[in-house]
Design a protein around this ligand. Structure first.
Ligand code: AMP
Ligand code: ZN
Ligand code: FE
Ligand code: FE
Length: 281
């Protein structure tokens, strides 16, 4: 059995490879399957699925929804969604509008801070897909305001930084509900970013009430202790374990698809288990 990567971004959101490119890249790296999980959009899935069929490579349709949560951040992954579901499309359209309202605010904030970049430049950096903060970071680097992607976030773009602007989000239960309604399996992404290890159990129980089926245990930013802790929680609550690299291709150059920073090897059985849970519900 081969290896898989169940958390990847394409040009449909803030990754650098097009859906076709990432499917071909995954195959060339010897993986057996991938999931495409762009932020708040499924625009890349049709192309990715088609390319998979063309070259004989398994692509799981997915999405990553940013939910309303504080003080950390909560992302929910949805796997095996029906990409033609009108309810799903409607909800994702709503999130596009939320972004369209937020993005100009980031520009205003940057301009106010004396940073001369325009929204047109950011749109150009996005290559026509959805505009996200990494595209602002890219322009900040290109124009010499910062030296690195991380510096762009730390000085300007991250939550709490001076150019940050929030956007309207769905509540976790709303996101889980529409993932479920469109035939998908809802999984809590990178639990570490909740920043609440002591109350993670309580949060998991609440989300399970809403239909959460799994947690992303294997993730490059999780240390071995955290992986063990998340594994134990998954076992205790009968949750699926998933994993992926969150490869974008820009922000973390030393990170690669399938292997993360070199140590990740996720068996295909993760996909089989996802499929099993999906048919059970
Ligand atoms: P957006 O969906 O437009 O708010 O952008 C979210 C993306 O920005 C994430 O998926 C990451 O790629 C990146 N990002 C968010 N916060 C940080 C951070 N503190 N440091 C580096 N990258 C970040
Ligand atoms: Zn991203
Ligand atoms: Fe995420
Ligand atoms: Fe991600």
């Amino acid at each position: 059995m081969g290896y898989v990567d169940l958390h990847l971004h394409t040009t449909a959101s803030d990754g650098v490879m097009t859906p076709s490119e990432i499917v071909r890249y995954a195959k060339s790296k010897g993986l057996q399957a991938i999931a495409i999980t762009d932020h708040d959009t499924i625009e890349g899935l049709e192309e990715g699925l088609l390319e998979g069929e063309k070259i004989g490579f398994e692509v799981v349709p997915g999405v990553e929804i940013s939910a309303e949560y504080s003080p950390g951040s909560m992302h929910l992954l949805g796997y095996f969604l029906d990409i033609h579901d009108p309810l799903l499309k409607g909800n994702l359209d709503y999130l596009q509008k939320a972004r369209a309202e937020r993005n100009p605010k980031i520009i205003e904030n940057l301009n106010r801070l004396g940073v001369r970049i325009s929204y047109e430049e950011v749109v150009k950096a996005s290559g026509g897909g959805q505009v996200g903060r990494p595209h602002f970071a890219q322009v900040l680097i290109e124009k010499g305001y910062v030296r690195s992607f991380q510096e762009a976030f730390d000085r300007f773009l991250k939550k709490g930084a001076p150019a940050y602007a929030d956007k309207v989000r769905f509540k976790p239960e709303q996101a889980i509900s529409f993932i479920k309604e469109s035939g998908g399996v809802a999984v809590l992404a990178h639990p570490k970013t909740l920043g609440m290890n002591s109350t993670l159990q309580k949060i998991l129980l609440e989300l399970m009430e809403e239909g959460l089926k799994g947690i992303e245990v294997f993730y490059p930013e999780h240390n071995s202790l955290e992986v063990a802790q998340f594994k134990a929680l998954a076992k205790r609550y009968g949750l699926l374990m998933t994993g992926g690299t969150d490869y974008h291709g820009i922000d973390k150059e030393e990170l690669d698809i399938g292997v993360g920073r070199g140590e990740m090897r996720l068996p295909y059985s993760l996909v089989e288990e996802l499929k099993e849970v999906r048919t059970r519900t």
